[in-house]
Ligand binder design. Sequence first.
Ligand SMILES: [Zn+2]
Length: 80
Amino acid sequence: MNGKPVIAGRKMEHNMKDLGWENDWTPPNIIGQPRIDNTPQIVRDCKAAGHIATATNIGRCLTRCTCEQCGITYRVDSSD
Ligand SMILES: [Zn+2]
């Protein structure tokens, strides 16, 4: 068989769509102003479908969430 060897896992990561930071989509609510929610549609669909995103700790209060079914990855900053 010819062709480039496929490195398991690495290739998958390469094809993942990086959506950035979840915190950027949903800024904290400000009382008296409309709630802002810019969550990408693909993430809404993912959550609505009940997919279980894989959460990986990537640092202090930092989590990377990956849904292999949707091919998406995003990061969450859970610090205050
Ligand atoms: Zn999904």
